[in-house]
Design a protein around this ligand. Sequence first.
Ligand code: NOJ
Length: 951
Amino acid sequence: MLQAAFCRRGRALSARANDSPSWRSPYTVDSSSVALAPDQVSFTAAVISSIYPDIKFALDVRVHEDGVVRVRMDEVDGIRKRYNEAASWALLDEPKASRDIQWTVRKKDLRAVYGSMKDVELVVSFDPLKVTLLRNGKEQVVLNGRGLLHMEHFRTKESVAQSKPPMDIPEEGFDVDDSNQVVMQANSRTAWFEGETEDGWWEETFSSWTDSKPKGPESLSIDIDFPNHGHLYGIPQHATRLDLPTTTGENAYYSDPYRLYNADVFEYLADSTMSLYGSIPVLHAHSADSTVGVFDAVASETWIDVSRPASTSTHTHWISESGILDVFILPGPTPSDVFAQYTGLTGTPALPAHWALGYHQCRWNYVSSDDVRSVQKRFDEEDMPVDVFWLDIEYAEDHKYFVWDKKNFPDPVDMTHDVEALARKMVVIVDPHLKRTSDYPVYQQAMELGVLVKQKDGNNDYEGWCWSGSASWPDFFNPASWDWWKSLFKTEQHGSQWSWLESTVNTFIWNDMNEPAVFNGPEISMPRDNIHYGGWEHRDVHNINGMLFSNLTSQAVIDRTDPPRRPFVLTRSFYAGSQRFGAMWTGDNLGTWEHMAVGVKMVLANNIAGFSFAGSDVGGFFGNPEPEMLVRWYGVGAFAPFFRAHAHIDTKRREPYLLDEPYKSLVRGILRLRYSMLPIWYTAFREASVTGLPVLRPHYVAFPHDEAGFPIDDQYFIGSSGLLVKPVTNKDVTEMSVYLPEDQVYYDYFSEHVYRGAPAGKEVTVPAELHQIPLLIRGGSIIPTRERPRRSSPLMKHDPFTLRVALDKDGGARGELYLDDGETYFHREGNIVWRELSAEKPAKKSKSLRISSRDLALQKPTQAVEGVALSKYSGANEFARSMEKVRVEKIIVLGLPAKPTSVRVEGGKELEWEFNQGIASSDKQEGTASALVIKDPRVSIVSDWDIIVAA
Ligand code: NOJ
């Protein structure tokens, strides 16, 4: 991989540090300057670098109310201003700093002690500057512990030329007291620290491209180490393992650092640190007794080296092209705490519209309205559920998005109405490159408003090449673009403004190419010296660019109706904060088994980084998957939060109804399985939207103390449901080994076979023929499903529920179910159903069981829905009332010790039931579970009830 010059400089600095035993960071805090800031909550201090004693830096350290530490450093009175707005785009709000911290300023350091047990300590050491977070006296996170901090200050070519040429490099540091010595030694020391060459300081070429770098060197390097934490996760997007392999040090797995620079990469590698379409600079460091994290709010290209000096400790080195230092330390100490801390900063994932969790059928391209209609017809003829049909770029005349190609789509609104007739939706692509032509009102308006990205001269609109041919790009950093962009999505005329009248409120949006992709630009993107609003260069804001576009599109979709409805916008490019609005997918994957497998890991990494609504192209974007591969790919997609099939324009049609038997029926079965499990997905999304806990949970999240689970990234849990899945991503598989982390029973979802994780941490062999997916229910879970096949998910609204009560080895179980109208924001006014389902023995030794349903929202009104506390929640809310008649039609109890003597709703008559004697959850063997099937207990899903299973 080609490393950028600033990355080479940062890595060379690190190599010099490694080679020099006396290496010491030149950055020190001027202890006399340490002061409480006027806001009375943060500490500020002047920082000096002995390399450039005339350059001033300012440090700002604060501790937020939730214990997160924010460390900022910027150059003061420099000849230019460093980009300092990344956090303002990523953060939800300005976080509140805590007033409850016990700060002490001493001669050598500044200390803060906090936490409910006063067990957390932050130490800012002055000479050299180092920031350490400790818990119970143990180091957790250390900034600049290895002295790799370097903020290249702004300088001019002339000033550099005037300074003396480098001298011999001394072994040790130098003394600034002797003014005569300073000049000489400072020069040698500069070389010792910064290196002797001006590698790419003023200009850099990338194939035929020259980056003019008018600001000169301005990169930022910092080491962030995690003593006592042997595993690292996060920093998507990379096609790699979840447990990040090393890039430096002995036996480094990769030779290049992880790169974050949003890019449209053609045929990306399935095992690489190369940058892909999105970047979320958040990392978890994990060990059996602690999880901590960092979020580095930087928007420029960033490279991250990872090394593991010992199995119990990890080092990272972050090298960014520009920007201020703005690092948030997430103190944990559990994975759930880190999720809460990170999403407290950047927001929790939005609760999607319910239909968006159904199956999406896409292809580049459905070529006409009649094509769309016939695809819909074929799905219906084959009884395959689907919620959304997608249109790629060929719907748009000359790739002028919003403008229908009337030759092929003569009746777009009627076509959409035909899709809506079965309660389905359309998603239509809108890319950010605007065709530069006078007959395109969208481009014309953007140009007239002056909201297009500028060339490096800062005056003329930048022109590049994309699908549309010659194009310009709206600059969404410019607030003047916001209302204009939103107005485009109105489905009714508002004033003289051009709006998308040929769409309906069921037309949702796909934002692609928003890295941005520019076919004739460097690395298929925009020149870095392009100018955005505020005079910032593109290099400063690059990784945020895509997020602004899709987040704004989401807001446009929310706002186009009154009352507002939840949006659906799929984005290819993303950043920290994208989770507040939309969904993402892993871009142009290949139709290979390797890509299928790494897609699972990439979706998990996104979940770790706060962005749960993620998936990969089912089938693989490129290529023509054989039927076996396609079936397996549906098995992967059905267990991803976002489930969409997509294919390149040159591929053969591969809609699932085109498959021969038995493949067609297998895919139909998988689609129906997904639909039956929508209550589980939706309930998991509710939790994510409130707590920040991810929808997909790898082992280290679900079982943070179980070391053997830390590297596992091919099986995972869905929310808190207790479902454990291991999608098959290899050819010719007939069985799979599944890791069970605990001494507990796990039931095969389909065969009801009991597996046991005893002794804790055991691999079990689960059947995985082509018609099977390893899917286990953790003992102790209650799984709500809806099992009536329907054409689309809204048609399931009043369908009855099945409950699978999977008893744990002690004979109990618990589950949750969340429902609301699935498309508006009335849930925030308390229009919800949030139930707690439980199964308990009335007494410890009893063989009887009480299965109950209770109103969880009544118990936890402040935790029911995202963003608001339901102060006036009522179980008889309008939505709940509309669901009164929705009943539980079947309850399956797995693992009962013996055949019951009676089963009845408390106080009611005997119910109809059947019992198959298998083995009990409390037995020690493996085999088919005992199963009690209660038929139609006639209890409502919204009311409290108790069913007594008497022994
Ligand atoms: C690139 C996207 O990644 C792909 O999904 C899409 O089909 C093409 N652009 C055409 O719009």
